[in-house]
Each structure stands twice: as structure tokens, then as C-alpha cells.
Design a binder for this molecule. Structure first.
Ligand SMILES: [Zn+2]
Length: 375
């Protein structure tokens, strides 16, 4: 296993620059959430070796910025942690050239995106390379665990100024396409009450599980919306995810709880989502247990629109909505429009057989480089 990253892999003018080797090296430094220090150290050493970058470290997160006096600043961010290794490291490269596929933990989620960012961080703003915008590169820890530990959230608390920018790109896997915004999520408990009794004399009680039948009925009949937001169509979902009630095989239950998860389009605020659920479950006791707002794709923002046009000119395709909640929502909260753009098939994230067609690495790097240089 490696513990350092050879700087020659990053020198675009040198013979040793190789994005596939760089990705492999990064993946082969194990960095399961909570254990990112070795990879953060290796990335820090590289960034500090770039005189055009101001580097700040906070825990195992790194922020590296150019200060070229440009009018606008673009943020490129990626998490350096992975889900646990499942006998899938070190990486294996299968095939050759552009058809090669890199197998192993982190290749998709999302160390391929980290490698692209690292290569461009070293290149853009160095002598001879003049990006159109100032650049902020963020490499952060603890994305794959409890959101209270999230390194990007911690940076926002400790150094809010460092996250400032006019547009942000998260290098999460998107098959080298653009995925904008994300749905919000809310969990509620819908509770019913009854009167406990011996089931041999059920008529003396009131069954709380039976009382929940209309709750399930409303869920089964519910037709989730499809909502266009800034040109992308988000699909909503309203589902029971757990049900609890009853204490014994001979007791009429006096309480029942249906846990419901609502995934809602980013045009709806958390407050509006709650109001909607109170409407759907009118007449029932509804308690919100968890909520996170979505993020509008922001593709109508001028910088975002320019990014979409430039990238799609290289890669083809059309922007798609992101359904799961991602850290783009943290940027949205700070008022920074953000999209996901990175190598790898998002459906392979967290799978033991995650693997990356290496051609997507150069595709993402070239598209991002062309746009950042003003293409
Ligand atoms: Zn990820």
C-alpha cells in the first residue's frame, strides 16, 4: 500500500502525469470514514507543494485556494472518505488504454473525482495556466457517516468564508454527466391511540392498529408529484418505512406508530413539506422527527448555465436531477448554486464491485479544465 502520492503524477508538462495512476494511488491509501488521516496527509503535502495555492487544514479536511484577483470564484469539492473496504483493495486495473476499467473501493465514490480535482488544482493557476475564475479546491472527511460529523459541515461552521463562491461543483459520481440539485427529505411519525383490553373481551377496548388503517390507505392512494424546477424534473415519494404497535398476542394495542418518509422536490421548503404532510394526514397526530431541505439545481444561474453548456459540448447528454440528498444542499444553504459532476456510475457507489471505466477520468478532467480556462 502507498502512503504518499508521487508529485510527478500531477505535473501536466512532465512525462509522469497519469490520471489513472493518480486515482489508483489515492484509492490504495485506505480512507474509510474516521480513518482519513493518511490520505489527508498525502493530499496536504501535494497541495503545499503548489506555490499558487493557499492551503488551510481543518481536521482531515483541506481547502486550497488561488488568489488571482478574478471577479468570480468557483468551488470544486469532494469527500476523501469511503465506505468500509470489502476485500476490494488494493485496486485492480483490468484491460488497457481507454478501455481499461479500475476496480476497487473508492474508484466510483468518489476518489476518481478527487483525483480529477487534485490534478487540476496543481495545474490551474500555476505559471503558464490562467483560469478564468479564482478557484477553491476542497477535500473533506466524514461524508459517508452521520451528517453531524460531515467535514464540509464542519468547515462551514469553522471557516464559513472559505466556502464562499459563485458556483460549486461536487465531484460525486454522475457518469461524467451533470446532476443538479437534490430532493429534500422529511421523516414523520403518524400516531394513533386506542384503549388497551384483553383480546378475549375486545369490545371493552379500542384497537390503535386498526385506527392506523386510514393512514395506510392514504399512503397507498397517494400519487407522488413530478415537479419541474429550473428545467429539471424531480420525482417525489411518500412512503411508510416502518410500523410499530402491539405488546402481546392477547392484548388489544393502545398505540400504533407509522413512520413515513417524504422525499420532496427542491421547490418546496421544509416548512411547506411539513404543511403538506399535516394536510395528507389531517385528523392524525403527526410528529416530525427529521428533515433536510433539498437544493434547487440553480442551472439558471449564469455561471452554472455556462458550465452546463461547456461541459455538454464535450460530453454530450443533458443535465439530470439528483434524487438522493447530497452535499450540494450544504452549498445551497450558503447561497452557492451547486451541481454534481464526476466520473463513475452512481448506481455502483457503495457496492463491493464498484469499478470505473478510466476513460471517464480524462473526460471529466478535460471538460472541467476547458471550462475553467474560459472555454
Ligand atoms: Zn460520495
Amino acid at each position: 500500500m502507498h502512503t504518499v502520492i508521487d508529485p510527478a503524477l500531477l505535473d501536466p508538462s512532465g512525462p509522469g502525469a497519469d490520471l489513472v495512476d493518480l486515482t489508483r494511488t489515492i484509492c490504495d491509501i485506505p480512507s474509510v470514514s474516521g480513518d482519513e488521516e493518511a490520505l489527508a496527509d498525502a493530499i496536504e503535502t501535494l497541495l503545499r507543494g503548489c506555490p499558487h495555492l493557499d492551503v488551510v487544514r481543518d481536521g482531515d479536511a483541506l481547502v486550497a485556494r488561488t488568489n488571482l484577483g478574478r471577479d468570480r470564484r468557483v468551488v470544486v469539492a469532494g469527500h476523501i472518505d469511503t465506505v468500509p473496504i470489502a476485500d476490494n483493495l488494493p485496486t485492480r486495473l483490468v484491460g488497457t488504454g481507454d478501455d481499461a476499467v479500475l476496480w476497487g473501493r473508492g474508484t466510483v465514490d468518489m476518489l476518481g473525482g478527487v483525483a480529477v480535482a487534485l490534478a487540476l488544482a496543481a495545474e490551474l493557476g500555476a505559471p503558464g495556466s490562467a483560469p478564468a475564475h479564482d478557484l477553491t479546491w476542497i477535500f473533506y472527511d466524514h461524508e459517508e457517516v452521520d451528517s453531524a460529523l460531515n467535514g464540509l459541515g464542519r468547515l462551514a461552521r469553522n471557516h464559513p468564508g472559505l466556502l464562499r463562491g459563485d458556483f460549486a461543483i461536487l465531484g460525486e459520481p454522475s457518469n461524467a454527466g451533470i446532476e443538479g440539485g437534490c430532493n429534500g427529505t422529511m421523516r414523520v411519525e403518524v400516531r394513533t391511540r386506542g384503549v388497551a383490553a384483553h383480546s378475549a373481551r375486545a369490545w371493552t377496548g379500542e384497537n390503535a392498529i386498526h385506527a392506523a388503517a386510514p393512514v395506510l390507505g392514504r399512503l397507498a392512494a397517494y400519487e407522488p408529484r413530478e415537479v419541474a424546477v429550473d428545467g429539471l424534473v424531480y420525482r417525489e415519494g411518500l412512503n411508510a418505512v416502518r410500523i410499530e404497535g402491539g405488546i402481546a398476542g392477547n392484548v388489544i394495542p393502545d398505540a400504533c406508530t407509522v413512520e413515513v418518509n417524504y422525499r420532496f422536490a427542491p421547490s418546496r421548503s421544509v416548512e411547506e413539506a411539513e404543511a403538506h404532510l399535516r394536510d395528507v394526514f389531517a385528523g392524525f397526530d403527526v410528529v416530525v422527527t427529521d428533515a433536510a431541505g433539498g437544493a434547487r439545481p440553480g442551472l439558471d444561474d449564469p455561471l452554472a448555465a455556462q458550465f452546463v453548456k461547456s461541459v455538454l459540448a464535450t460530453t454530450g447528454g443533458v443535465p439530470a436531477p439528483k434524487y438522493g440528498w447530497t452535499d450540494v444542499a450544504r452549498f445551497a444553504e450558503l447561497g452557492v448554486p451547486a451541481v454534481n459532476f464526476g466520473p463513475g456510475d452512481p448506481l455502483l457507489a457503495h457496492k463491493d464491485d464498484e469499478h470505473l471505466p478510466v476513460a471517464q477520468l480524462a473526460q471529466c478532467r478535460d471538460a472541467l479544465r476547458a471550462w475553467l480556462l474560459g472555454g
